[in-house]
Design a protein around this ligand. Structure first.
Ligand code: FES
Ligand SMILES: [Fe+2]
Length: 376
């Protein structure tokens, strides 16, 4: 039998005892938040580098020596599986003259050699071989290593703090009990990756997070691919701010009556989890999407859409999940097309701010959380 998530003893997220807006409200966001290059540099160092962010699936690093390289927010890293089952990672930047140490996207290796002058690195990023070592000033190469990153795993995902070890709280503490309990109910660690689609889009990384932080746009932008009744029931969504993460329960799929009876949000409807700063999980009872925003410059991003399904499903499960995923891909493409269109207006003198209603309040709270970190 395929696994079906359920609320169990988790907190109520819907029903007569739960208000619709929990810690969110209307507000505005200035256009400069998305456009200012100096602000982007500050976001890189004060928001992105010191935060836990998703890199890949744990299953991509199944065996000792397996490695992947990753690039985003102006940083390059290597992550590899150690013999003891843990993960090691370092910045993929040669400490000799700054070349990429590892050029492959993935592979299996115990050591890495920079092709320019053949410096050798171990899986921790420590330099273990320098041709003609005696020609260097010993003081310059004493203990030299590519800077380490911090790594952990949860939900079948590899997470990293690019600023290095000891900067962020431990991962579970960072996620907080609301997210660990609620999102944890889906057992993503047992799911399999079915597809990953990537787009390069001409928008700031926060435009992507904003787009998935509200469902106000669904009845308009997704009119063709969203059933009218679903869009109507979407008005009963509940919103939660967990600072800095967030959640919404969206009663699409025509199950409002059943949800009102059982209050089992995980088993019945779409639950959305925004994990500060760059990830959004769109959890349907039978399959899950990760929407990951990877900043590549102030005005460009890589948008990754990951599709997970439960293993051991029968034909009916697989067919239904694949059919829904097929429709969702069209919905996501509509979002992407909208971001591409934003490129035309972003430098217009008429674009000064975003005006957000209370059901877009998670966006307001998210931008406040970013601002708090910039001001700290
Ligand atoms: S830049 Fe890597 S060995 Fe010279
Ligand atoms: Fe959308």
């Amino acid at each position: 039998m395929v696994f079906t998530p359920t609320r169990g003893n988790g907190p109520l997220r819907f029903g007569p005892d739960v208000s619709q807006l929990n810690g969110v409200g209307a507000g505005t966001v200035p256009a400069s938040d998305y456009l200012d290059p100096a602000r982007y540099e500050l976001e890189r160092s004060k928001v992105l580098a010191p935060s836990w962010q998703i890199i890949c699936r744990s299953s991509e690093l199944a065996n000792p020596g397996d490695f992947i390289t990753w690039e985003g927010q102006g940083e390059l890293i290597v992550v590899s599986r150690r013999k003891d089952g843990g993960l090691s990672g370092f910045h993929n930047v040669c400490q000799h003259r700054g070349a990429r140490i590892v050029n492959e996207a993935s592979g299996c290796a115990r050591r890495f050699n920079c092709r320019w002058h053949n410096w050798a690195y171990d899986a921790e990023g420590t330099v273990i071989g320098i041709p003609d070592r005696e020609d260097f000033d010993p003081a310059d190469i004493e203990g030299i290593a590519a800077p380490a990153i911090e790594l952990d795993e949860w939900g079948g995902w590899v997470w990293a703090v690019l600023a290095g070890p000891g900067i962020a709280p431990p991962l579970l503490e960072w996620l907080g009990s609301d997210i660990v309990t609620d999102l944890g109910a889906y057992r993503m660690e047992d799911m399999v990756l079915v597809e990953k689609i990537t787009w390069d889009v001409p928008v700031n990384w926060k435009v992507i997070i904003d787009a998935f932080n509200e469902n106000y746009h669904a009845p308009a932008l997704h009119a063709i691919n969203t059933k009218p009744q679903d869009a109507k029931d979407g008005r009963f969504s509940t919103y939660f701010w967990f600072d800095p993460h967030a959640m919404m329960v969206v009663p699409y799929k025509g199950v409002l009556g059943e949800l009102t009876e059982t209050l089992d949000h995980q088993a019945l409807v779409i639950c959305h989890y925004t994990l500060f700063p760059t990830s959004v999980f769109n959890c349907n009872p039978r399959h899950i999407q990760l929407f990951r925003s990877v900043p590549t410059s102030v005005g460009t991003s890589r948008f990754e859409c990951w599709e997970l399904m439960y293993p051991d499903g029968d034909e009916a499960y697989t067919e239904a999940a694949m059919e829904h995923w097929g429709r969702l891909k069209k919905v996501v493409q509509e979002d992407v097309d909208e971001w591409i269109d934003l490129d035309a207006t972003k430098h217009s003198s008429a674009y000064t701010k975003n005006v957000l209603n209370e059901r877009e309040g998670k966006i307001v709270a998210f931008h406040e959380a970013v601002q708090q970190r910039l001001d700290a």
